[in-house]
Design a protein around this ligand. Structure first.
Ligand SMILES: NC(=O)c1ccc[n+]([C@@H]2O[C@H](COP(=O)([O-])OP(=O)(O)OC[C@H]3O[C@@H](n4cnc5c(N)ncnc54)[C@H](OP(=O)(O)O)[C@@H]3O)[C@@H](O)[C@H]2O)c1
Length: 318
């Protein structure tokens, strides 16, 4: 049975057609959404709940997460939604959250790796990695890889969806200074982390296909009015970026509109069995030539394995 989402007014932004926003009624399917307490992730949770999915929000802040769960349950009484604590800036938290989920005996049908940070001043994760690379890529790399044995046991098709960005265009994998220690530039670091999201997706799709029923795709959600620019708003050194953000605000998407490509990649029958693609406005499109470089993708994979290895196994039982 097919159902359609009701699309919000298009405004001036480019939006997918009503046909492409069609989603499959999926009672009983479970979606895990990192960073689902606000922004695009929250709006995705709202629509997927309405379509019959069970939703778990994987979030770093218990009070923001439980507040989001409450709001979703107020809008949809009895909705099957809960949260799991996950801080992508700490690989120990990533490993523990994944293990906790696997111990629960519950499956995942859609793993939506949506959480992200953008253009922060230079900061480091708990393991001393540059914050944007650490949260946007390394945390999700360990998260997805730790959950993979569980996903492989799922008798039904599984979708892994990574939220990247068109900002991968100005990204370059700088393996000589992956942690951006020299001449840190907040936008270059964001671009690098979002390019890493795409390289990771394509490499994962190559490793999984053709024998697996797990697909991996990534997407750009559009330019969306969310809390993503929080670091720019509070940083006195980011005046130019702040002015540009204010200037472009009228041309941006609402969070409801920005969630449409997430919803499409997570649930549309059009995407069933499709893997290794990059979506924008609910259509597969080309990402930059650099993102298709298989040698770079393989190198990123092995470097990411090295950087996360210490947390890749469960701690010894005490
Ligand atoms: N908005 C845009 O224009 C745009 C454009 C292109 C791509 N994207 C991508 O879309 C995704 C969603 O962004 P958004 O616009 O919805 O931004 P948002 O409103 O700021 O939401 C980001 C989410 O990520 C969570 N998060 C941040 N750091 C985390 C950590 N260490 N551990 C766990 N969760 C963490 C946040 O949690 P807290 O609420 O606790 O901070 C929040 O739930 C991101 O990957 C972003 O790069 C957005």
């Amino acid at each position: 049975m097919l159902q359609s989402t009701s699309l919000p007014a298009a405004g001036r932004a480019r939006l997918p057609s009503r046909r492409t926003a069609t989603v499959m009624a999926a009672s009983g399917k479970t979606v895990m959404i990192t960073g689902g307490n606000t922004g695009i992730g929250y709006e995705t949770a709202k629509v997927l709940l309405a379509k019959g999915y069970s939703v778990t929000l994987a979030c770093r802040d218990a009070s923001r997460a439980s507040n989001a769960v409450q709001r979703l349950q107020q809008q949809q009484p009895g909705a099957p939604v809960d949260y799991l604590l996950l801080d992508l800036a700490d690989l120990a938290s990533v490993r523990d959250a994944a293990n906790k989920w696997m111990d629960s005996g519950k499956q995942i049908d859609v793993l939506l790796n949506n959480a992200g940070v953008m253009a922060c001043p230079r900061m480091e994760t708990a393991q001393g990695y540059e914050y944007q690379l650490g949260v946007n890529h390394l945390g999700h790399f360990l998260w997805a890889n730790t959950l993979l044995p569980l996903l492989k046991q799922n008798p039904n098709p599984v979708r892994i969806v990574n939220v990247a960005s068109t900002a991968h265009m100005f990204g370059k994998m700088d393996f000589d200074d992956l942690q951006s220690r020299n001449n840190y530039d907040r936008w270059r670091a964001y671009g690098q982390s979002k390019l890493a999201n795409i390289l990771f997706t394509y490499e994962l799709a190559r490793k999984l296909q053709p024998s697996s029923s797990i697909t991996a795709n990534c997407l750009h959600p559009g330019v969306v009015r969310t809390e993503l620019s929080r670091y720019l708003m509070t940083d006195p050194d980011a005046l130019t970026s702040k002015l540009l953000t204010a200037l472009f605000t009228p041309f941006t998407l609402s969070p409801e509109q920005g969630a449409l490509t997430n919803i499409y990649c997570c649930s549309s029958p059009d995407v069933e069995g499709i893997s290794g693609k990059y979506y924008d406005s609910c259509k597969p499109v080309a990402s930059t030539p650099a993102s298709y470089d298989t040698a770079t993708a393989a190198k990123l994979w092995s470097v990411s394995e090295e950087l996360t290895q210490a947390y890749a196994k469960a701690p010894a039982a005490v």
